[in-house]
Design a protein around this ligand. Structure first.
Ligand code: HAX
Length: 427
């Protein structure tokens, strides 16, 4: 890791100085206003956090360290992790070193399997993932060094160590959850030589040599890696981390947020909804049948899963990346055909509902259909694969935040009495 540490030392010094200078010279410049509706509206649109790993303009979608997602879809998750951490794509030599480092940290302590096996057999795979990660907290290099009184400007190095350990072990943990939870047989040990994606597939028991499956999972792991700093899971992870809780605590907390149906679990909800749609109409529905089904969902007070976004106001580029893949490799799959029909039909319906700000599909509207096509039909598991990718973002953000020595995240809350008085004084 010497090369990576040297590179990050230089980068982090530069980033830290830049931010310290900005705060020193321009600390009083206003970034954002807060209205009463934002206060009660989930803080939507308030610019009050910094995050340099990625940014999501509402009219462009995910940009990772200045690269548009569409220009990153052929890369490996390891390359994306390196990019998130350092701001640069690795050279071939840097990539080899980085992969070798991750490969050397793959082995998961045996007690994790005991924890997973002790959980109720109908536990949600996200609860299993979160619990498995939390059970390893005692392994934290950061926590041990903090106890020893290490200096503040060394925090990021130990957080990097935790990041590499966790990211390297998560494929094995996630694959084990797949096998245990869905009765797939004995756990499969990692192969020390395989890359991140291949080994994950291999340990799940899938055909890792099939290039279509490999490329789908590689794409999946790239597309879900990060989505700036304010989404539920990233913000949760960063907030917990800011208390100097180590990455085991903070990533586990982030996973708990990701498990919500309005966030990462939307991929599970979406495939469930599409399967019910196809079951009801004995295959791909007609457009009229679909409109009826959508109307029934909305009338029941439910959301159309995979549609809408807190920030985006366009078709999610991550959705487009999966659509391109699906058109090439699974155009005949009925579930995929329904996903396409939903895309052609639902935005026009949602546009007629005034309160909905974004009628377009997000990533979760399509990702599950492709997994389903390739035989991963246990859709309770889909958010787990999302989490495996999002871990790259949580980890990179934690290293950066520690490197920049950002303080505890602690916004001020106010009472409704305060707001009422403010409003009265304003009018
Ligand atoms: N179907 C029906 N109603 C919807 C809707 C949808 N797809 N999207 C938004 N709305 C509703 C909201 O529920 C809200 O209604 P109420 O005021 O009655 O509560 C109203 O429209 C305004 O919502 P908004 O301002 O447009 O959107 P929010 O920023 O509040 O919420 C959500 C964004 C993503 C949570 C929302 O669009 C939604 O629930 N979508 C479906 C679930 C989903 O796909 N989630 C995944 C999002 C991407 C992600 O995080 N992936 O991990």
């Amino acid at each position: 890791m010497t090369g990576l540490i040297t590179k990050l030392t230089q980068k982090i010094d530069g980033w830290k100085q830049e931010v310290q200078q900005l705060v020193k010279t321009s600390g009083n410049i206003k970034v954002s206003d807060v209205t009463v509706s934002q206060l009660y509206g989930g803080m939507r649109g308030i610019k009050s956090l910094s995050c340099d790993t990625s940014v999501v303009p509402d009219d462009q979608g995910l940009i990772i360290r200045n690269y548009f997602l569409k220009d990153l879809t052929e890369y490996l998750p390891e390359e994306i992790f390196y990019l998130l951490l350092t701001g640069e794509l690795p050279t071939p030599t840097e990539l080899t070193e980085f992969q070798t480092e991750l490969k050397s940290r793959k082995n998961v302590p045996n007690y994790v399997w005991d924890v997973l096996k002790a959980m109720p057999s109908d536990s949600h795979p996200m609860a299993m993932l979160s619990a498995a990660l939390l059970s390893m907290q005692k392994e934290s290099v950061f926590a041990k060094n903090y106890e020893k009184g290490c200096k503040k400007d060394e925090y990021w190095k130990h957080t990097l160590d935790d990041s590499m350990n966790i990211v390297a072990k998560l494929p094995g943990i996630s694959a084990a959850i797949y096998r245990l939870r869905f009765n797939k047989g004995e756990l499969i040990q990692p192969d020390p030589d395989m890359d991140f994606t291949s080994d994950f597939l291999y340990m799940m028991g899938l055909d890792h040599k099939n290039t279509e499956i490999y490329n789908l999972f590689r794409l999946f792991l790239v597309c879900h890696c990060d989505h700036e700093g304010g989404n539920v899971s990233s913000l949760t992870s960063a907030t917990v981390n800011s208390a100097l809780s180590d990455l085991y605590y903070s990533m586990s907390a982030g996973f708990n947020g990701l498990a919500g149906p309005l966030h990462g679990r939307a991929n599970q909800e979406c495939i469930d909804w599409i399967i019910k749609l196809n079951q009801k109409y004995n295959g791909v529905p007609t457009k009229e049948d679909l409109i009826q089904f959508v109307t029934e969902t909305l009338k029941a007070g439910k959301v159309i899963p995979g549609y809408g976004h807190a920030i985006l106001r366009i078709v999610d580029p991550r959705f487009e990346a999966f659509m391109k893949y699906g058109n090439k490799y699974c155009a005949d799959e009925p579930i995929f055909q329904s996903v396409k029909l939903v895309f052609e039909t639902v935005p026009d319906i949602l546009k007629t509902i005034e309160k909905i700000k974004d009628p377009w599909p997000n990533i979760d509207a399509i990702s599950g259909a492709l997994l389903y096509h390739y035989g991963v039909r246990e859709f309770l598991y889909y958010t787990n694969i999302f989490a495996l990718s999002r871990a790259l973002g949580f980890a990179s953000q934690a290293v950066m935040n520690r490197g920049m020595m950002l303080p505890l995240i602690r916004p001020k809350s106010v009472t409704t009495e305060f707001v009422k008085n403010l409003v009265a004084n304003n009018s």
